[in-house]
Structures are given as C-alpha cells and as structure tokens.
Design a protein around this ligand. Structure first.
Ligand SMILES: Nc1ncnc2c1ncn2[C@@H]1O[C@H](COP(=O)(O)OP(=O)(O)OP(=O)(O)O)[C@@H](O)[C@H]1O
Ligand SMILES: [Mg+2]
Length: 605
C-alpha cells in the first residue's frame, strides 16, 4: 500500500507513529506519472522498491518472527505467542499483550519509514528499543498477505487491517483484547524466487526457534510460546531470574553442571552471562549467543575474545558454549549498520574487547580452580566423555607445518609391531618395522572405529545394541527440529532414537561401541554434526556424524588402559586403512627413525 495512492490509509498521522515519508515529495507519485524521460534510466515503481527493500530485511520465515517479536517486546509485552501454520511455514502469527495501537497507528504502521521509536538523529544516543527504522512491517507486508488486529489498553474497541502485497485492502473497527496480533500468510507469494532459496521446513523451523530462544534469553521476564501446526515447540513461562530462563532454554542439567557465571563491569562496559567449562566445547559456534544492550548480534571481536579466553584450553576447531550480554551506553554503539540489525559497531571496540577477554578469562580460570579441587589429580580409568579429556591443547602452539616435520606418517598395514609402553596415559610407544612410533591413543582408536562404522553404514549393517535403561535427552527446540528430521539417518548409523514430547527424545539403542558413552555430551555433538553434514548438502556417507560417533566411542587421552588393550589397539590401527590421521584430520602417529635418533644423539653427522 505504501504510496500506492489508492489506499484507505487516513491522511492524518497517528498519535505515536511519525510518518516520515509524508515529508518527501508525493510518495509514490512517480509511480503513476513518471517524469517524461528520453534516457534509459527510470524510477522504479514503489511496489518494486518495497519488494527490493524487503529482500534485505526479510530473508526467510525466521526474519518475520524476529521482526514481529521485536515489535512486541518494544511494545512492552509480558507474553508473546507465536503460531506457525502450514508445514512450509508460509503462515506466521504473533500475538502480544503489549500496549497495542490505535486504529490510526495501525494503518500507518505498514507505511515505509513510519515509526514511533525515533524522531530525529539524536534519539540514537538514547535508543532503548529494538526497532527504529520503520521498515519491518512494510517489508513483511510487501512479500505476503497480512491481517493485523490491535487495541490499546482501555480502548472501547480495536481495529483490524488487511493488506495484500503491501496494499491496504481494508481497515475496520473490531472487538479485540488489548495488545496486537499480526498474522502473516502466503509469505513470499509475491517473490517466488525467494522461496526457492529456503531450506527444508525443519531447517526453517529451527531458525525460528533460534530467534525465539535468543530473545527469550535476553528477556527472561517475558513469557514465550510457539506452536507449529498446533504442536507446542516452545513454552517458556516468564522466569524469575536469568538463570531460570537459561535452564528453560538449555535444560537444567547443563546449567547446573557445566556453565560458569560471567560478570564484570569495567568503565562503561558491563559483561554478564555464562560460558561453559572447556569440556563442553562444540565443533561449531552454534552454542554461542551474544547480545548488545539486549539485542542479539554478532561481532568479530566476540569471537576473538572467546578464542583468547579459552586459547590454550581447547583443541583447534572447538568452541565453548557462551551466552554473553554486553551492556554499553547507547551512545557507545551504532546499531544502524546492518539491514536486519544483526550487527553493531562499537565507538570504543578495544574497551569492549578488553572487558570481554577479562570477564571470560576470569570465569574460565575460576572453573578450573573449582575443578582442580573437586577432581583427583590422576583421573581414574573411565570410558566417559572424550571432550573432557580431549579438550587439552594437544597441538596448541604447534603449526600444521611443525606437526608434519615432527614426522607424522601412516602406519604401514600388516607390519611387525612391538608394543613398548604408554606415556602420559595418552601416547602409545611402539616399534613398527624397526622405527619408533608415538601413537595418540584417542586419534588411533577414533580412526579404527570410524572405518568400522563406515563399513557397517556402507554395507547397511546396523550393529546397534539396546540400552538397558533407555536414555531420555532434552534438546533446545532448534536442535530438536534438526534431530526430528533425521531420525532415519540416525537409525542407519545405529542410533535408535524416538521423539518423546516436544523437545525430548528417547535413545533406545546405540552402536555397541557407544554403550558406555556420555550421552549428554554426545547428543550436542551429534546435532552439530548433523547440521554440518546438512550444510554440505547431506554428503553420503554422513562423514561428520560417523566421525562424531567414533570420537565419543574412542578411548580418551589420559585413560588408563591394560597392556593387552593397548597392544590390541596397535594391532587394529595398523590393520586399518587411512590411518595417518583421525577422522578430524589430526595425526595418529609420529615417527622417529633410527637415523633421526642417531642424529639427535650426535652419533651421525
Ligand atoms: N506489536 C506491536 N505493538 C504495538 N505497536 C507496534 C507493534 N508492532 C508495530 N508497532 C508500531 O508500528 C511501528 C512500525 O513497526 P515497524 O516494525 O515497521 O518499525 P519499527 O519497529 O519502528 O522499526 P524497525 O523497522 O527497525 O523494526 C512501530 O514503530 C510501532 O509504533
Ligand atoms: Mg520493528
């Protein structure tokens, strides 16, 4: 409807909404009567301008949810309910109990550059709202059909508007509860090209859940629900504390056992939140959520700060879980740098970096002191979580080149082999064909198991073993969606898992080698792997998934092993193909030839 001249939008500005487009010369005037031109350049019609602009803001169904939820939060809502209609997610309704809009405001809200949140540039200095551009609603409207109902608290009645492709079809008074409901249907009906780029329904649903989880983390006081085709996917009642909300989103176990509180105030920067003990590191950064003044955003300095804080405590390619809220005065941050408002620019980035590095570094050291006291110096033999032990910086500070020079080689298949001993409960020493080999017991076992699992998968053999007590696992909704879509694939690799309520699953059987694994750690890793495999267009075989299972089933660094088990592992690894590296690419063995040793001892020149 924006500027289309045929709308029923009242000409007078609403009580709160400033129609900034009114100050431009005849909005849309050029559409009906473009200036006579002899050249090739012409002004685009408004409807097309709006769709192009919408393309930047509304990329996928989750963008609609993000914008509508942000509007509800800005309106002071205490609860926000999201209803997702068809399987393909082309219908989305968001209801709130916020302050609502008058009929005039409701009509104006869908005009481009109509906002109640800023009036001039100086407002950015004290911006306290998530929205400020007056672009979201017109952008959504340009690519969908909309029905919106709103009523202000205490008003005798509310109003309903309907729009199609941005054109206002109807506005009428109606009975309505205080607050606002915006129903978006036929999303991208007017931009079919955009539809083609969308992923599967469950991937889109997972993005929507991520958006809701982020806002829920930022606003524990607000209740959130989401239903998909009538099924509850998110139910977060208002929480009394941020920790309670964190537990609603990530599950109580994780919060109680594995997350460390972060808190620091340095000059104008405040950092709060949680980060994980290094052992909860994941293969992707999906477990990291960053907020600036309550706005979920990303910024390269966040990644640097977290990498720095955990630098020597994690293997390369592993990322801790972190939910971090940065607060700075609004004048210290520019929020107007990204079309979907997903990025910010800091006036003094060094101050923020320093505060973050200090806050996270201090939290991590605190967790290590706690653990050092709580755990024995020599870990007992266990078949537990590999990420716990493997999170030691095996190659920290060593470049890939240096590793190669250190003599990383494949172990010859079928050689004579003599087991010599174990060093640091991690490295097996062996004589293989007259050379000294130092073998990483975890990497070696991982390769052995990976090749076995791969062979089973390729031959469609399912070697699963029922668990004596089926394990129930709870996942955050975005991850639950990723799992729900891939139950068959998991079954193909030997993991029998069934949905059990909205966000829970029951694991009934697993590959025999995984019976002893720590499922709480493995489930997260599995989801990362599924998503990473999916991002690579579901490769056959599912490399990352198999590698993750192998990693969790393998013996760990610092795990006590019987001499016989170590010899057996050596025999297995030399009989395994591709044994130069583990499935993640780390070397399995380093070699010292006799010549190397003699040179090192000065016996040869
Ligand atoms: N749920 C809601 N409750 C009350 N008012 C709303 C709601 N949604 C939108 N509005 C009003 O409509 C106006 C336009 O919303 P829109 O999302 O298009 O712009 P914005 O939030 O001001 O800025 P941005 O484009 O950055 O989101 C808002 O400024 C607000 O006054
Ligand atoms: Mg908005």
């Amino acid at each position: 409807m924006n500027g289309s001249g045929d709308t029923a939008v009242p000409a007078r500005p609403g009580r709160r909404v400033v129609d900034r487009s009114a100050s431009r010369p005849s909005p849309g005037g050029h559409q009906s009567a473009p200036p006579a031109s002899t050249g090739r350049i012409r002004l685009l019609p408004d409807a097309l301008i709006n769709r192009i602009a919408a393309g930047e803001v509304i990329e996928r169904p989750a963008s609609v949810v993000k914008e509508l939820v942000e509007n509800a939060l800005d309106a002071g809502a205490g609860r926000i309910d999201v209803a997702l209609g068809s399987r393909e997610l082309w219908s989305i309704a968001v209801s709130d109990d916020g302050e609502g809009m008058s009929p005039d405001d409701l009509a104006l809200a869908f005009q481009r550059h109509a906002t109640s949140k800023i009036t001039d540039l100086t407002d950015f200095e004290r911006l306290a709202t998530l929205g400020f551009r007056g672009e979201a609603l017109p952008s959504i409207a340009a690519v969908s059909r909309i029905r919106a109902v709103s009523a202000r608290h205490g008003a005798a009645e509310g109003a309903e508007v309907r729009l199609d492709g941005g054109r206002l079809d109807r506005i009428a008074p109606c009975a309505a509860r205080p607050g606002t409901t915006i129903e978006v249907t036929d999303l991208f009906v007017h931009t079919p090209a955009r539809k083609k780029f969308l992923k599967s329904a469950s991937t889109e649903l997972s993005h929507i859940c991520s958006v809701l989880q982020q806002h829920a983390l930022a606003r524990p006081d607000v209740g959130f629900t989401a239903r998909h085709e009538g099924r509850a996917v998110i139910e977060y009642p208002p929480a009394a504390t941020p920790t309670e909300r964190l537990a609603q989103v990530y599950g109580r176990d994780l919060v109680d056992e594995r997350l460390i509180a972060v808190h620091l105030r340095r000059d104008h920067v405040e950092v709060t939140g949680w980060c994980s003990e290094p052992d909860l590191a994941r293969a992707t950064r999906r477990g990291q959520e960053w907020f600036v003044n309550g706005r979920p955003v990303r910024h390269p300095l966040f990644l640097r700060a977290v990498d720095q804080a955990y630098a020597t405590r994690l293997m390369t390619g592993r990322h801790p879980v972190a939910v971090v809220f940065v607060r700075v005065p609004p004048s210290e941050v520019d929020v107007n740098v990204h079309p979907a408002k997903r990025e910010v620019r800091f006036a003094r980035p060094d101050d923020v970096s320093r505060a973050l590095a200090e806050a996270l570094g201090e939290a991590v050291s605190r967790s290590e002191i706690g653990r050092a006291r709580a755990t024995p110096v020599v870990p007992a033999a266990s078949t537990g979580d590999d990420t716990v032990r493997e999170s030691r910086p095996v190659y920290a500070g060593v470049t890939p080149d240096e590793r190669r020079h250190a003599g990383m080689t494949a172990l010859p298949v079928g050689p004579t082999i003599r087991f010599l001993g174990q060093f640091d409960r991690t490295y097996l020493l062996a004589e293989v064909d007259g050379e000294l080999r130092i073998i990483d017991q975890h990497a070696a076992h991982e390769r052995v198991l990976y090749e076995r699992m791969l062979a089973d998968y390729t031959a469609a053999r399912r070697e699963s073993q029922p668990l004596l007590v089926p394990e129930t696992c709870e996942y955050p909704p975005d991850q639950a969606c990723a799992i729900a879509e891939r139950l068959d694939l998991l079954r193909d690799v030997g993991v029998e898992i069934e949905p059990f309520g909205a966000e829970s699953f029951v694991i009934r059987a697993v590959p025999a080698s995984l019976v002893q694994a720590d499922w709480r750690a493995l489930v997260w890793a599995m989801v990362d792997a599924l998503i990473a495999d999916d991002a690579m267009e579901s490769p056959e075989p599912p490399h990352r998934l198999l590698a993750t299972l192998a990693c969790h089933a393998a013996v760990k660094a610092h795990q006590r092993l019987e001499a016989e088990a170590m010899s057996a592992l050596l025999r297995d690894v030399v009989a395994t193909p591709r044994n130069a590296t583990c499935p993640h690419g780390r070397p399995v063995a380093l070699t010292w030839t006799l010549y190397d040793l003699e040179r090192a001892f000065g016996r040869r020149g």
